[in-house]
Design a protein around this ligand. Sequence first.
Ligand code: MOS
Length: 758
Amino acid sequence: MTQYTGRPLNRVDGVDKVTGKANYAAEFDVQGLLYGYIVNSTITKGKIRQIHTDDARRVEGIVSIFTHENRPKLAWFDLSYKDQDAPPGSPFRPLRDAQIQFNGQPIALVVAETFELARYAATLIRVDYEQETHQTDLQANRHKARKPAVGMATLFKPPPPDPRGNFEEAFRNAPVQVASEYVHGSEHHNPMELFASTVVYEKGRYKSGERYTIYDKTQGVTNSILYVSQVFNIPFKDIRVISPYVGGGFGSALRPQHQLFLAVLAARELKRSVRVTLTRQQMFTLGYRPATVQTVALGASSDGTMTAMYHDGVAVTSQFEDYTEVVTTWGGLLYPAEHVKFDQKIISLDVATPMDMRAPGGVTGVTALECAVDELAYKLGMDPLELRLRNYTERNMNNDLTYSSKELRECFRRGAERFGWAKRNPEPRSMRKEHTLVGWGMATGIWDAFHAPARAEAVLMVNGKLRVSSATADIGTGTYTIMTQIAADTLGIPMEDVLFKLGDTDLPVAPIAGGSWTAATVGSAVKAACEAVGEKLFKLARKLPNSPFAKVRFSDVLFAEKAIRLKKDPAIAIPLQTLIDANGGAAVRAISTSVPNLLKQRKYARNTHSAVFVEVEVDEDFGTVRVTRAVTSVAAGRILNPKTARSQIIGGMVWGISKALEEESVMDHQFGRIMNHSLAEYHVPVNADIHELDVIFVEEHDDIVNPLGVKGVGEIGIVGMPAAIANAVFHATGIRVRTLPITLDKLLTAATTEVSTS
Ligand code: MOS
């Protein structure tokens, strides 16, 4: 019998994407559309004394210019501006007043008949500022580190636990110790699709007299509609947010961005349809992965048993919101040291609020931790894999719970075997290939297996086709495809007869697509809705004359090959079409809410794991690093579609290479401005940087995480990668670079001062 889940199927939206049929937020045709262009602050802190817009207003085709001076009155309380991913604090409100809180802050919106006109007129706006001294440098402000405020967003990113045992004493007494500081620069999200909102304004037909249809780049249409409704006091039913395709999110579209606010503001004031699109440079005025400084100290007995662990982290946030990059929790999840101490802090600087970026906190924290574990291995003279196996834990020590499933050991085994780890010469600088030094490094990865409530609808239509929907997003992860697979399997309908719809606030509600939870969250809702339709079909089947199902229970039947069947003897069946006909010719529909079984889940730690093995070649003269080979083995529960899942892991691995070797938002602190704010200067890998990437899935059977047994794969692929690369670079060169990205200047400078094997 046909079974779709578990098979490496192509994306159902693939053809639409490659043929250009798929429309993104800035691509919807609208009659009489106006275009908004954002003007950004060129100072970092202070006040607008005067903003001169007269020259710009005189340009023919300019419709309006919005600044803090003519902004209409909007919602007063911070609460109205809080979205589903808002950290504690006071959300940024565009054009609120004359105050400048960060460089690049939007200070005006020029609205014109064309984008080009708006952009031209924007160059004619002059601003007199009253500048104040700003602080943007993490290192120079470390004395300001403080505990973050606790709030809503900490639900999924809990602060680290209290100390256990006596770290200081255990560390002092440990025969083998390492303690190092790790510095990570900040990174900006650079999805291919620029942020954009197209607001279609209509009049007359509705109760309030106005109707807003908004095409928004977002990871959650529900989040956007709540925000617009609250901020602009527009009734819910007069707004519809649509986002069928997202050209990459990575966390940047978890929060409504300021182009949405500005586009709605202009449409509402002008009573016209308005589109606001950011430029690539303006993408660097949004949230980002914050810079961090971390210290990790590990103490072990001479046989490698880890006894003491310390991890502190300081991350940048803005002056107005306590975004916290939680980097310090992961050691307690991976290693069973008895004496531990974690310390998580933030520093408020004159910058925009950071945002979640793929595996927020996880990849940065695990990079420091897994580099420290590598340093410990060299000090012990022990193979890094052996050290990890010696300190393997079946429990999450932070909350003393066993894992619902954890096949990390098998990940290590199969990854090491595929990579050929056993052939590694442990001595740094021992493996050469002509003028390059070859290094092999490894690391562990870990991420959460979240599950949230969501709703979905399933409609088996009169023509036998199944329509399933939920207001979730497909941020490139494959949501359309896996939901189609789940629905097709649950009701035994061929995939080509199943249509899954998403990204529309008219559909049943779903949370923002983030945290790798969409497969579990929306998948469970889709399964529940299809099962509810199945139960209705079962009831119809029982009522048929001489029904073979009259005396059986729902648990005795299955759906396959367009029929309801007896599990014991699938040949005993009634075609679905017969049941639809028996329904008086009406479609069979059901809406279901899937809610996590907290009573069951809370007794277990729920995480994904990975083992990463990397080969690098370092040019001895130039210090250039190439990742020539990498193997990641992943334990993430059940894999619904090995093809789309593999794409997720490979995407994460590529970004891991980027984070380790290339990517950094470089700020000139004299100006408080990001200087490399374009794809010409902000380095991300190109095809020539990427070589052999290999993915292994170690499947886990897990009926605790959620009804589908899936854990999500959107983030785990990046987590262990930078540490494995940094560790491989050390193995190749004998140089430990603790400041990411590992660029050639750092290797060459260090090469003249430090070549050691410990
Ligand atoms: Mo992800 S950073 O939760 O989109």
